[in-house]
Every structure is written in C-alpha cells, then in structure tokens.
Design a protein around this ligand. Structure first.
Ligand code: CA
Ligand code: CA
Length: 158
C-alpha cells in the first residue's frame, strides 16, 4: 500500500466519523426543538380557564377562538367549586396547552362591530404555559368574556 493510498483511506474514515458526528448533532438539535412542554391541568390542544385556580376548581376547555363566554359553563372536573357555572366574567386562572403554538389572549369583551380591541385585552398566556390566580392581578379576575387565539406575537404573556 503506497503512502498516498493509506492517507486516502484515513481521510475516508475521518470523513465517515465526521459525518456520524454531524448526524448526531442534528439529532440533538431536533430533540432540543421539541414542542414546548405541556401546560398544567389542560388537555393537549386546548386553552383552559378555571373558576378559581388551576388545581382546585372546575374547568372549561376551548379548542378555538370564542367571542362569547356567556353560553359556556365550567363543565369539567365535576365536584370542584364552580362546576356548572357560566364562564363569562367568572374565570380567574388559565392554562394554554396548544400544540400548534397559539397564544391565548383573553378579552374583557368582544364587539362584533369593532372586532378585537386592544383596550379590551386583559392578559395572554403562551403555549405550554399557564397563569395561576396568584400571578394575575386581582383587578383582572372574573372579567374574561372572550378568547382570541393568536400566533406568536410580541406581546408579553404569562
Ligand atoms: Ca362561547
Ligand atoms: Ca367581561
């Protein structure tokens, strides 16, 4: 075997090793880019609101934007406080388990003529995150009347 051939063989093996390292690095990147972790006490794909707090009261789960909470009730987690009550102006905490990257934006009201007014926005929750009762200013409790799903915004959310 000539020196030239031996070097070519070594270069080839190094090339394979480098390739394997690159594939492993790419796999690591994919793992690192896994979807945001699940949010507390809310099924995958849903935007949840709670009568009082996330683990001690009844829940309602929204799958999409909803302009009117007055026809919705806390219909999940029977036996918990608030079960059966209307959601409108009665929720305090929220949990966002969107698996499509949607932010939950809660509004004091929605106007069919004016649409979603920034002045009516109360707070928002990022996908995979939640807003506990203790985190939301008490001035915003029991006011949410509509939910708007939005893609990633520059607005600071819980
Ligand atoms: Ca509704
Ligand atoms: Ca309201």
């Amino acid at each position: 075997m000539s020196t030239r051939t031996a070097r070519a063989g070594l270069r080839s093996r190094l090339g394979i090793a480098t390739g394997i390292a690159a594939v492993m690095a790419a796999a690591g990147t994919l793992l690192g880019a896994a979807p945001a972790s699940a949010s507390d006490n809310c099924s995958s794909g849903y935007h949840c609101v709670f009568w009082t707090d996330i683990y001690n009261s009844a829940r309602h789960s929204y799958f999409d934007t909803d302009t009117n909470f007055s026809n919705d009730t806390f219909n999940q987690l029977s036996g918990q406080s608030g079960y059966g009550s209307t959601v409108n102006n009665n929720s305090i905490a929220a949990s966002n388990n969107s698996n499509s990257g949607y932010e939950s934006h809660f509004y004091d009201s929605y106007s069919s003529s004016s649409g979603w007014l920034d002045a009516n926005r109360l707070f928002c929750v990022n996908p995979g995150s939640e807003a506990y009762q203790s985190e939301i200013p008490s001035s915003l409790w029991n006011r949410a009347s509509a939910l708007r799903l939005r893609g990633t915004t520059s607005i600071s959310c819980f």
